[in-house]
Ligand binder design. Structure first.
Ligand code: PMP
Length: 454
């Protein structure tokens, strides 16, 4: 049975973001079930998931109340369109809930199926906004080196990871990048003010270079996730917002990873006291129990796109599955679990165990940096702590680490440049962190013992 599945997978299933030939040789790792913070694979091995699936299962697996909410909605009404003025009850309640829990600048919600189409929708809305405003030259977009904003035709150009561009004719000519606030690798990285000042100066100079009348928006993640869990200093997000406001460009915060309790507050924007013009969310919105994302929009953007009362043309943007009622019912229950089911509170309570565990590994010969905020963190491996030199890619260290970790029954993200990413579920207990760090240390010790790595 297992062999059959592996053969079928190799033959037919195109997986996201992997080398196709490498996959044909290796075959899939098939996960069968999940419970709390643990997964069981098809061979019956139980593994600690320290990555919440793909930074999304913030509640942990197997919440009966989420299953019940989905079942009930499926029975009552499995689908309703949002087109032609139709709506479903959970979609309306969810829109109101999202406006309640996001920063007060955000007053309206457009629903997508995930993060990429939320980012793509935001881009389309921004283009519409500036055309409606009578400023049609404002069409250039700025984002950050190492940033990730999804894999859609336009959003993948705001993403700044080369594999998302190579052979895809990206970035588009109207997509620009500024340097990443990567404290660990900056000469003055210990000086938070200097890191912030440098980012602000980089944004100003990029806008200057392009011409302020041509720049539409600046997109950023509060913590750069898929680019290696790079945590900017506190105050960075606020400074970027103030800079955007000063320059008269839209400030778009992509909270697809950082939203829904991941960094210790419901949204990272809340902790930083920022008021974005637009915000994208997904992942933790439904905790991965069903696909859904959203673009949150400020009233001035919404009103400008809506146009005058005499304008009767529809705004031509939407999807069949925008505001899917089953996803919306799931999201409402997931948010209830964060707020009233104790998950957000637990995340705040256990975050120190996570931070201490990461920091303790700084003593390990392989670990050059440990960084985190809330339950989002990383270890950065280096072959020389003084020079911070990275391991030679020919050693295939990331693959070695993933394989060793799997054998040690723990799953985390092993990035190409030696960064290990962690995003434990908000339901983790103190004892889960003890297991996590014991397994991570064992994995690092085994990799260190590899004669190629020494
Ligand atoms: N934005 C950010 C910040 C993300 O991390 C991701 C996904 N990792 C996306 C957008 C795209 O989301 P999705 O994969 O749901 O399309």
């Amino acid at each position: 049975m297992q062999d059959d599945l592996i053969e079928l997978d190799k033959r037919y299933y195109i997986h996201p973001v992997i080398n196709y030939h490498a996959h044909e040789k290796r075959g899939a790792t098939i996960i069968k079930s999940g419970d709390g913070a643990y997964l069981t694979d098809i061979e019956g091995n139980t593994l600690l998931d320290a990555f919440s699936g793909l930074w999304c299962v913030n509640t942990g697996y197997g919440h009966e109340s989420i299953v019940e909410a989905a079942q009930e909605q499926m029975r009552t009404l499995p689908y309703a369109t949002g087109y032609f003025h139709f709506a479903s009850e959970p979609a309306i309640k969810l829109a109101a809930k999202l406006v309640e829990i996001t920063p007060s600048s955000l007053q309206h919600v457009f629903f997508s199926m995930g993060g990429s189409d939320a980012v793509d929708s935001a881009i389309r809305f921004i283009v519409h906004y500036f055309n409606s405003l009578g400023k049609p030259t404002k069409k250039q977009f700025i984002s950050i080196e190492r940033g990730y904003h999804g894999s859609s035709s336009q959003g993948a150009g705001l993403t700044a990871l080369p594999v998302f561009h190579n052979n895809f004719d990206l970035p588009l000519p109207n997509q620009h990048k500024i340097a990443c606030p990567y404290s660990y690798r900056l000469a003055h990285g210990d000086d938070a003010d200097a890191v912030i000042t440098e980012s602000v100066a980089a944004l100003k100079s990029k806008v200057d270079e392009i011409g302020v009348d041509n720049v539409a928006a600046f997109f950023c993640e509060p913590i750069i996730g898929s680019g290696g869990v790079i945590v900017p200093p506190k105050g960075w997000l606020k400074a970027m917002q103030e800079c955007c406001n000063e320059l008269g460009i839209l400030f778009v915060v992509d909270e697809v990873i950082t939203g829904f309790g991941r960094t210790g507050t419901m949204f990272a924007s809340e902790a930083e006291d920022v008021q974005p013009d637009l915000m994208t969310v997904a992942k933790g919105l439904t905790a991965g129990y069903a696909p859904m994302g959203a673009v949150m929009m400020s009233d001035h953007v919404y009103q400008t796109i809506a146009g005058s009362e005499s304008n009767s043309a529809p705004v031509g943007h939407g999807f069949t599955y925008s505001a899917h009622p089953v996803s919306a019912a799931i999201a409402l229950e997931v948010i209830r679990l964060y707020e009233e089911g104790g998950l957000l509170e637990n995340a705040q309570k256990v975050a120190p165990f996570f931070e201490q565990g990461l920091q303790a590994l700084l003593d390990h010969p392989l670990v050059g940096d440990a960084r985190s905020r809330g339950l989002l963190g990383a270890l950065e491996l280096v072959c020389d702590k003084q020079t911070k030199a990275q391991f030679d890619p020919s050693l295939k260290l990331p693959e070695k680490i993933s394989d060793a970790a799997y054998k040690n029954r723990v799953i985390f993200r092993s990035f190409a440049d030696g960064i290990l990413g962690f995003a434990p579920a908000l339901c983790y207990r103190e004892e889960d962190f003890a297991i996590l760090f014991e397994r991570v240390k064992k994995t690092l010790d085994e990799v260190l013992a590899d004669p190629d790595v020494q």
